[in-house]
Design a binder for this molecule. Structure first.
Ligand code: HEC
Length: 145
C-alpha cells in the first residue's frame, strides 16, 4: 500500500453524527463513514437540483461540485489503515486488492471532475455517471445491505 497522508490528520467533528452507526468505536471507521455520508449528501442535493425537485442554481451547484471533488479525492487516505469494527461494512478485499480499490476511487474522481453544472440536464447526466461509479466500488468492496 503506498504511503499517504495519514487519515489521523483529517479532523473529526463530532456533530449530529448520522455516521456513528451502532457498533462503530473506531475513529478511523467514523472518519470514513463521515466522509462517505458527506459525499452522499452533496450528490443527493445536486441530484435533486438536476431533477427540478429543488430550484436549480448554477453557482450553488458549482460550489457543491467543488466540494464533492475534494471529498472524493480524500477517499483513499480514509481507508489507509485496515480497520473494521462492528459498525463497518468495509470488506477486507479493500486491503488485499488495494490497487483495484484505488482504481475504483480514481474512476469516481474522474466522474466528479467531469461534472458540468451550467444546466440541470448537464448536471443530471454527470450525476448518473458519478452514482454508477459509487455503486461500482460498493458492490466490490462494501458488504451488501
Ligand atoms: C473506492 C471505493 C468507494 C467509492 C468510489 C465510494 N464509496 Fe462509499 N463506501 C465505500 C466503502 C468501502 C464503504 C463502507 C465503509 C465502512 O463501513 O467502513 C462506503 C460507505 C458509504 C456510505 C456509508 C453508509 C453505508 O451505507 O455503508 C455512504 C452513504 C456512501 N459510501 C456513499 C457513497 C457515494 C454517494 C459515493 C459516490 C459519489 C461513494 N460512496 C463512493 C467505498 C466507496
Amino acid at each position: 500500500m503506498p504511503l499517504r497522508l495519514s487519515a489521523a490528520l483529517v479532523p473529526l467533528i463530532f456533530a449530529g453524527a448520522a455516521f456513528a452507526l451502532p457498533g462503530t468505536q473506531s475513529t478511523d471507521v467514523m472518519k470514513r463513514l463521515r466522509l462517505m455520508t458527506q459525499i452522499r449528501d452533496t450528490s443527493t442535493t445536486l441530484g435533486s437540483m438536476a431533477r427540478g425537485e429543488t430550484t436549480f442554481d448554477a453557482d450553488h451547484a458549482g460550489r457543491l461540485a467543488s466540494k464533492l471533488r475534494a471529498d472524493v479525492a480524500a477517499i483513499p487516505i480514509h481507508f489507509e489503515f485496515q480497520v473494521i469494527d462492528a459498525g463497518s461494512r468495509a470488506r477486507p478485499l479493500i486491503w488485499a486488492d488495494w490497487s483495484g480499490f484505488e482504481e475504483a476511487a480514481a474512476r469516481t474522481e474522474a466522474a466528479a471532475a467531469a461534472l458540468r453544472t451550467d444546466t440541470p440536464e448537464q448536471l443530471g447526466a454527470g450525476i448518473k455517471v458519478l452514482e454508477q461509479s459509487c455503486q461500482n466500488c460498493h458492490r466490490r468492496y462494501r458488504l451488501a445491505d
